[in-house]
Design a protein around this ligand. Structure first.
Ligand code: NDP
Ligand code: OXD
Length: 306
């Protein structure tokens, strides 16, 4: 069995060593143009030439959860496309989102500014009931985030394409549930995949439906958010602030207003990182399962875009 590794912006040697150690009978090769045909591919942002030269692949493993960039390429017709299914990302995402929600709810930035001035002063405690959190996308990551926020006793809502039932979470689904979901949310977390249906979903009309003093947390993809609409609603005061981990252009371009905005916290696409060891274990177990003819989790449906 041959596995071809083609991941841009990734230190390849530790991945190659890890894949070889996990599957000692496989030939694991770093792809280069003209490389031999492989059975499986492990990829991140590969060039189109990679797939053009590897039309026989049985499965393509993406070393990330989101496949929006991968699905823009012409893929081998018979290959399964398999994304990372948690692999250590959901706990990181829960940490990031809970931190952002709590930092905003407990006014920790304002406390920090006060204490830097030498001020020992208190703010009136706020009620969790006034900070209902709505999570768009109740998949592997969204559900874990929802459960973690329930643990902190926030009112939590979830919105997904198909109906869900999660303890302690009020679930909404589909277009018919969207307006009610937004109206019930003050903090909005985006954990949707980027598809034609979800692009620009955080636009002026939808963000205006949130409760006044809303807070936005985007940890999915930059193209879910219309930047100018967020800026306008921050100016109008309808939105109180935002924590943004993902951007339309990454790295965020120099001079973009988000960098210095006093109500926006920027992080460099780091809310849930790919963990090499967990990912290698997951991918190699799935290769073994596919070889045995068994089904695997995390198979992407190209027609729905995730
Ligand atoms: P999943 O595929 O497990 O979950 C996606 C969720 O979105 C599902 O609940 C799905 O609904 C819902 N959804 C999809 N389309 C729609 C729609 N049109 N309307 C309503 N709901 C919809 O993905 P993950 O949870 O693993 O990951 C989510 C995204 O997070 C990734 O696609 C990626 O872009 C981003 N990500 C960002 C990272 C970062 O570091 N910032 C790291 C990892 C991921 P249903 O359940 O009904 O199918
Ligand atoms: C991912 C990401 O999709 O890191 O895994 O954004």
């Amino acid at each position: 069995m041959r596995i071809s590794f083609c991941c841009t912006d990734t230190a390849s040697e530790p991945w190659l060593q890890g894949l070889r150690a996990a599957l000692p009978t496989a030939k694991v090769l770093l792809w280069e143009p003209g490389a031999p045909l492989a059975d499986y591919a492990v990829v991140w942002a590969p060039p189109q030439q990679f797939f053009d030269e590897q039309p026989q692949l049985k499965a393509v493993f993406n070393i990330g959860a989101g496949v929006d960039a991968l699905l823009k390429l012409r893929l081998p017709p018979n290959a399964l496309v398999v994304r990372l299914d948690d692999a250590g990302m959901s706990v990181q995402m829960a940490e990031y989102v809970c931190h952002a929600v709590i930092r905003h709810f407990r006014e920790l930035d304002a406390y920090e500014a006060d204490t830097r001035q030498g001020n020992w002063s208190f703010r009136k405690p706020r009620s969790r009931a006034d900070f209902p959190v709505g999570i768009m996308g109740m998949g592997v990551l969204g559900e874990r985030v929802a459960r973690s926020l329930v643990g902190f006793e926030f009112p939590v809502m979830g919105w997904s394409r198909t109906p869900k039932s999660v303890d302690g979470v009020q679930c909404f689904a589909g277009e018919q549930g969207f307006a009610d979901f937004l109206a019930a949310s003050r903090v909005l977390v985006c954990l949707l995949p980027l598809t034609p249906e979800t692009r620009d979903i955080m636009n002026h009309a939808n963000l205006s439906r949130l409760q006044s003093g809303a807070y936005i947390i985007n940890v999915a993809r930059g193209a879910h958010l219309v930047d100018d609409d967020l800026l306008a609603l921050l100016d109008s005061g309808h939105i109180a602030g935002a924590a943004l981990d993902v951007f339309r252009t990454e790295p965020l371009s120099a001079g973009h207003p988000f960098w210095q905005h006093p109500k926006i916290v920027v992080t460099p696409h780091t809310s849930a990182r790919t963990l090499r060891s967990e990912s290698i274990t997951q991918i190699t177990s799935k290769i073994t399962a596919i070889q045995r003819g068994e089904p695997v989790a995390g198979v992407v449906e190209p027609s729905r875009g995730y």
